[in-house]
Design a protein around this ligand. Sequence first.
Ligand SMILES: Cc1ncc(COP(=O)(O)O)c(C=O)c1O
Length: 374
Amino acid sequence: MEFLPLPPAATPGQALEQIDTPALLLDLDAFERNLDFMQDNVRRAGLQLRPHAKAHKCPQIALAQLARGAAGICCQKISEAVPFMQAGVRNIHISNEVGSPQKARLLAGLALHADISVCVDDATQVEWLEEALRQADASLVVLVEADIGQGRCGVPDAASCLRLIDMIARQSRMRFGGLQAYHGGVQHLRGHGERRDAVLRANERTSGFLRAMDVAGIRCPVVTGGGTGSVEFDLESGVYTELQPGSYVFMDGDYGRNEWTGGLRFEQSLFVASAVMSRIREGRVVLDAGLKSLAVDSGLPHVHGRKELEYISANDEHGIVTVSDDERQPELGELVLLVPGHCDPTLNLHEELIGFRGRTVECVWPVAARGLSR
Ligand SMILES: Cc1ncc(COP(=O)(O)O)c(C=O)c1O
């Protein structure tokens, strides 16, 4: 068929208004400022930055982070690491546990080609990993994840942590790499003070694990964790050697609702571009971006720079928007930029990220790890 393959949604040099929608947009100026600002702050604190690639799933972004001095990247899923390795990223921490022997085998295969580390919180994971590494003739760095209050993964107390470290030390294919201490629950606490207090409580728990290691004579080379919402407190905490924020690259509606009174603040660089596809009813228009273009787990998107437009409901392929000012009713076909509620799962809905500067498309980057959730 002559119209296949599908023409691209955008090509470099095009005006933003000409792109096909819905499409994921990246404001390159804001994005680059976010990368520089985070890297500078982490470096000045004397820590390493290992940004989380689960937010962007895009090798070009990982390479931009590494070029600015990042020590490596984090991936949350083993398969997610593959496109980054194919793009030349050689230092990847899987900030998660292996959940089966087949996953351990997948990971051992990757460990033949790059410096890989992974988390454990259970002796069975150590057994699976050792067996898979032996079969693949590979080796790996293993961190123990500690539960510092989130109640997700992670050993609950210092005694279990020490037992696991001892077990890791007795394996031949792995080396103990340190502690992962991440608390997702504190990241979106809205008030600056309440967030700081919650991070301090989490850091206290991390310190407890570290004191126990110290008493047992165990050196802990790396303490990794932290996210965009906690990073300004993590920088001064004295517990971390390495931070793993992800969303700071883009920001989103949810992070936009946090109170940021400190000096650390990131800019909204990510948008979903949509177009007005119907305006039949008075006082409302219908956009072409709904649930298949926007993750709404952290709330509906908001319309960027247009206070009179409110996105009130998302259908599969439609977005319903009310218009409170008759004078400013958008035209049919008009481009409307949306700020998604949650960046990570929104990225996972798109194949491409269209980078623009001013009103001109500059690049189109594949979201290469999209859908890779094994
Ligand atoms: C283990 C881990 N580290 C780091 C992050 C990055 O957090 P954020 O995107 O909020 O910066 C996440 C996010 O869920 C995570 O699960």
